[in-house]
Design a protein around this ligand. Structure first.
Ligand SMILES: [Zn+2]
Length: 282
């Protein structure tokens, strides 16, 4: 549990700092064309091209937070701005020396399990990508779970990966870290103890992983989804982090403070939904 507390302390410290200044701005022509090229570039992750769909709607705006820039493609709401404020805390916790630039396409497409017998692929689990060691190249293309994706991509962009290992192992470790950071951020936001927040996140993952192993045959690095799911759980176990038993009946057993998602019980969002953390707070 030591690792959890170290991350929590890092985030706790960041919350005590003066928050990064943020303001909204309108895009220049040059910025608009950068957004266009990110919407159009081919991506193995966003094979369904949610980015193009959002870009076609023609709603562009920008948010500066500290020295970092978030380009928004789609209808930007107050809730999205709240998410960006969380990213600000993460940026303050990790204290990057370079400017981060994020292209955030606000698609409402959810991550869900495919029908039985089908392979779990990028369209079921992924939500962003970037180029390693290049903080100005982060693309996030779903609204769901964007904060957890931001943390994951930020780690790649910050050059934190050990590229001497095979890609699935690198991804599993990055995702293992990202979810620890995400859970500790949720602990801080919702006034939970680090252990309570970790319990929620690890139980959420354990539930998905059980289903992935038993019903979708995701058992090793050769299965695409392994790196983000079963593989990351192995990393936690290697770190001696406790993994809570799978969450059962989660959608009905908690006192919901917000509307439950339509894809009830079938979610492949890797970060446990914020309402679960909220439901367990004082
Ligand atoms: Zn990754």
């Amino acid at each position: 549990m030591e690792r959890i507390h170290e991350v929590y302390n890092l985030i706790d410290h960041a919350y005590k700092l003066k928050p990064l200044k943020s303001f909204n701005f309108t895009l220049s022509d040059n910025e608009k064309s950068m957004v266009k090229s990110h919407a159009e570039e081919p991506s193995n992750f966003d094979g369904d091209n949610f980015r193009q769909d959002m870009y076609a709607k023609g709603q562009l705006s920008g948010v500066a937070i500290g020295m970092h820039i978030i380009y928004i493609i789609g209808h930007f709401t107050k809730k999205d701005m709240e998410a960006i404020k969380l990213w600000g805390h993460i940026l303050q916790a990790l204290q990057p020396l370079k400017q981060y630039i994020v292209y955030w396409f606000l698609s409402d497409e959810k991550r869900i399990f495919p029908s039985k017998g089908q392979k779990v692929g990028p369209t079921n689990v992924n939500g962003g990508y970037c180029q390693a060691c290049r903080p100005e190249t982060i693309v996030i293309y779903r609204r769901e779970d964007a904060t957890r994706v931001f943390i994951h991509e930020m780690m790649h962009a910050a050059c934190l990966d050990d590229h001497s290992r095979p890609l699935p192992a690198v991804e599993a470790e990055t995702e293992a870290w990202a979810e620890v950071f995400y859970a500790m951020l949720m602990a801080k936001e919702h006034g939970l103890s680090p252990a309570a927040a970790w319990n929620i996140q690890s139980a959420w993952s354990a539930g998905q992983n059980k289903k992935l192993r038993e019903e979708y045959g995701v058992n090793g690095p050769a299965d695409y989804a392994w790196r983000y799911t079963v593989g990351k759980e192995l990393v936690w176990r290697r770190w001696n982090l406790p993994v809570a038993p799978p969450l059962r009946g989660v959608w009905s057993s908690v006192q919901l403070k917000t509307e439950p998602p339509k894809h009830k019980g079938n979610s492949l969002s890797l970060g446990a939904p914020p309402f679960l953390f909220a439901a367990h707070s004082g």
